[in-house]
Design a protein around this ligand. Structure first.
Ligand SMILES: [Zn+2]
Ligand SMILES: [Zn+2]
Length: 193
């Protein structure tokens, strides 16, 4: 048996899915498809899905013996800036979601097992934590405008990707002296004993 809902009525959080009418009926399903505006920014300091931006949640909830098995996808667009050149970037986010939400009387709890197991009050699923974890894990630790972004010139700060061949003439003679000293310091082949 399958039921479809566009959204749950009188429900403040778009991440919360009411399952009151299907809990404890193993074999029943509910499909939840919901497009909404992000209530609160999701992500890290450098990159995240901004508050108010469009997102969509598509999940399949299946009633199993111990609770609800959830499987689906969260889609949104993250915004941030390049960690090397500070250019604004946006990144499509499409993260898989899955987990088992346990009934309060399942006999074990989320703390007893390892991953992808969450507690469930037996009434409505709150996917906010699952989505937040999945998004934060998926976003790059150092977002880049391009994997080969050359960054900023360390002398004048221009964005090197916009200024091909950008260079400064080195006028200070100490730099060339330093370069020749460095050559002398390169170790010769090691002798093995
Ligand atoms: Zn960059
Ligand atoms: Zn420069």
């Amino acid at each position: 048996m399958e039921e479809r809902v566009a959204h749950t009525p009188f429900n403040a959080s778009p991440f919360r899915i009411s399952l009151r009418d299907i809990v404890r009926r193993p074999g029943t399903h509910r499909e939840y498809d919901h497009d909404f505006a992000i209530p609160e920014r999701l992500g890290t300091e450098l990159i995240g899905v901004p508050q108010g931006s469009n997102a969509s949640l598509h999940v399949q909830c299946e009633v199993v013996t111990d609770g609800i098995w959830v499987n689906g996808t969260f889609t949104a667009v993250a915004e941030g800036e390049c960690g090397r050149c500070l250019e604004d970037i946006s990144l499509d986010v499409e993260v898989p979601l899955q987990g088992l939400f346990l009934y309060p009387d399942a006999g074990y709890s989320a703390g007893d097992v390892q991953e992808d197991v969450y507690d469930f009050d037996g009434d409505s699923l709150d996917l906010e934590g699952v989505v937040t974890d999945a998004v934060v894990t998926t976003l790059p630790f150092t977002p880049l405008c391009d994997p080969d972004c050359p960054g900023l010139c360390d002398q004048c700060g221009v964005r090197l990707a916009d200024n091909a061949g950008h260079a400064h003439e080195i006028l200070d003679p100490r730099w060339s002296l330093l370069a020749s000293v460095k050559d002398d310091l390169v170790p010769s082949d090691k002798e093995e004993s």
